[in-house]
Design a protein around this ligand. Structure first.
Ligand code: NDP
Length: 252
């Protein structure tokens, strides 16, 4: 499929979960994909799988909270793959706790990884996109942006992503750059499995409870978020900008 023919995409946090599914889907639809994650060997596993199925992908180690590393990685991707058309800000972490027990370190690291990283990556990427008068930025927010017990840090960061998205759409729109966010509900990944373990539940029980609270009566899969990200990164969504699209099985 040639939806993303001659397009270069960066997907952060792409060694697993939603990021890996997104990198794989964009590549299957023709994009040259930079699989970016903290550990090169884990990013390389996904990049190799993409290449083995006929796609174009490279692995890049980058801590997206590190400004110098983000600038260097973005430059290398643009040099090696020729420009930069699509940025998917997917890297994220949780460090849940009730406010009275939340450490300053856990507040800072969640804000840095889920929000400051989006600012850094967008700032680095816009240079190439503005020059080319073309760009698609999709960032991961969360249903938790609307409020979630034990997630003051994460909810604040993910709500921040929505404000940043709305603002960058205004600033970058004149350069033909679309900026949007997706806000998933409960998706079956290592992140939600870790949450289950933290609250003393099995993954299965945790998912069952989440499914019962969801109109579609099931949790989501990474591919179901990846397909929405791909839509927003495509020219089919050319007049959509500044939006946050909830991908949460119908929860209000
Ligand atoms: P995962 O934890 O499965 O994957 C996240 C990836 O990001 C990991 O490979 C992780 O590496 C990497 N990462 C973490 N910190 C950094 C960093 N500083 N620099 C580069 N990479 C980093 O997450 P999901 O796939 O579940 O979630 C992906 C995104 O979707 C996140 O932004 C998350 O907040 C959001 N989201 C997820 C939901 C869900 O239910 N799963 C719901 C709503 C939103 P490592 O493992 O080495 O730390």
């Amino acid at each position: 499929m040639t939806r993303f023919q001659n397009r270069t995409a960066i997907v952060t946090g792409a060694a697993q979960g939603i990021g890996a599914a997104t990198a794989t889907l964009l590549a299957a639809q023709g994009a040259r994909v930079a699989v970016v994650d903290l550990q090169l060997d884990r990013a390389e596993v996904v990049a190799r799988q993409i290449r083995e199925t006929g796609g174009t992908a490279g692995a890049f180690a980058c801590d997206v909270t590190d400004e110098a590393a983000v600038t260097e990685m973005t430059g290398r991707v643009a040099d090696e793959f020729g420009g930069l058309d699509i940025l998917v800000n997917n890297a994220g972490i949780t460090r849940d706790n009730l406010l009275f027990k939340m450490s300053r370190g856990d507040w800072d690291s969640v804000l840095a990884t889920n929000l400051t990283s989006v600012y850094l990556c967008c700032q680095a990427a816009q240079k190439y996109m503005v020059e080319a008068r073309y760009g698609k930025i999709v960032s991961l927010s969360s249903r938790s942006a609307l409020g979630a017990r034990g997630q003051a840090n994460y909810a604040a960061a993910k709500a921040g992503v929505q404000g940043l998205t709305a603002t960058l759409a205004i600033e970058l729109g004149p350069f033909n750059i679309n900026v949007n966010a997706v806000a998933p509900g409960y998706i079956s990944t290592a992140m939600t499995a870790a949450t289950a373990r933290r609250v003393g539940s099995t993954v299965e029980d945790h998912q069952d409870r989440a499914a019962q609270a969801t109109p579609l009566r099931r949790v989501g899969q990474p591919g179901e978020v990846a397909s929405v990200i791909a839509f927003l990164a495509s020219d089919e969504a050319s007049y959509v900008s500044g939006q946050t699209l909830y991908v949460n099985g119908g929860a209000r």
